[in-house]
Write a protein that binds this ligand. Structure first.
Ligand SMILES: O=P(O)(O)OC[C@H]1O[C@H](O)[C@H](O)[C@@H](O)[C@@H]1O
Length: 300
């Protein structure tokens, strides 16, 4: 069965390889497992809540309409009252069914009528989100369409980000490549600079927003010279790279095991350096493609 639906999940099984699957939790439309030929590609905390009580710690949580916390309470009073990363990851989406057989693709929808009502009271904008999840035999593509409905009376301003937790063997042997030359905001140092390192290594907490990264850049997660993951982006100019390391992992109740930071790196494609703004009737589309590639070092 290429598609299996339960009350809380949808599982896609690739018709050419039963060991390639993707599992989506309807809560947050959160992909929390992607197995390629039986090998898990994403990291999921063993304490992740999958019961809808809080956003999933791992997999691919969806960030909308705000990345982080919006501090601009003057120009965006409602956005600034939303919790970190907004309401998409803590709302239950509607499973809209299969769109194509090959490639195997399903869709999920979210709109104010079904979104987290505590949060739509705070941020009561019109919106329509359609998430497409496409399982290839050796790739996973997640695409988003954001529409400001024609009936809307206001412009819709938002961030979007795929908060992707990638599994690695040992983060201390892992590098993230092809971000050199990017304008960077370091969230820990709270300062901006141009990334001059050809690759990014991990030996402490790291939390950086790489802004307006050349769309031709394939972001690669490399383990001792072997590319574990390759990430392509469409219409997602920014990429957040995050590893919580020891202390931050200790501080997150749903982050287990506590040394799990050694087995993950977040590469988060998004549009977060400013807000996308849509007039009523307008639509915005973007996707991330997670796939396997040879080492593809793209210098400055
Ligand atoms: O704990 P969460 O709300 O899921 O946020 C987890 C992380 O998300 C992003 O990576 C941010 O850059 C980090 O600053 C934040 O700690």
């Amino acid at each position: 069965m290429p598609i299996t639906e339960t009350d809380t999940t949808v599982v896609l099984t690739h018709p050419e390889n039963q060991k390639s699957t993707v599992t989506i939790l309807k809560y947050g439309a959160t992909v929390y497992s992607w197995k390629l030929d039986g090998k898990e590609q994403l990291w999921l905390s063993s304490a992740a809540k999958l019961d809808g009580s809080k956003p999933v710690r791992g997999g691919i949580p969806l960030v909308f309409p705000v990345f982080g916390k919006c501090t601009d309470s003057v120009n965006h009073p409602e956005l600034s009252q939303l919790p970190q990363h907004g309401l998409a990851r803590n709302s239950t989406w509607e499973f809209l069914g299969q769109t194509t057989e090959s490639p195997l693709t399903v869709q999920f929808g979210l709109y104010p009528e079904i979104a987290n009502s505590e949060l739509t009271k705070i941020w009561n904008y019109d919106f329509e989100l359609i998430l497409s999840v496409e399982l290839g035999v050796d790739y996973l593509k997640t695409a988003i369409e954001v529409t400001n409905p024609l009936k809307a009376t206001r412009e819709l301003s938002f961030n979007w980000l795929f908060h992707t937790y990638l599994h690695v063997e040992d983060v201390e042997d892992t590098m993230v490549a092809n971000l050199a030359g990017s304008n960077t905001y370091d969230q820990l140092l709270q300062e901006s600079y141009t990334e001059v390192q050809p690759v990014i290594g991990f030996h402490e907490e790291l939390d950086r927003i790489y802004r307006n990264v050349n769309p031709e850049r394939v972001i690669q997660v490399v383990d001792k010279g072997h590319p574990l993951h390759s990430v392509k982006r469409s219409n997602l100019p920014d990429a957040v790279v995050w590893n919580p390391w020891i202390e931050k992992s200790k501080g997150m109740g749903d982050f287990e095991p506590k040394d799990g930071y050694l087995k993950m790196v977040c590469v988060e494609p998004g549009h977060v350096h400013d807000f996308v703004t849509l007039k009523p009737g307008a639509k915005w589309e973007a996707f991330q493609l997670l796939y396997k590639d040879e080492l593809n070092y793209q210098a400055l």
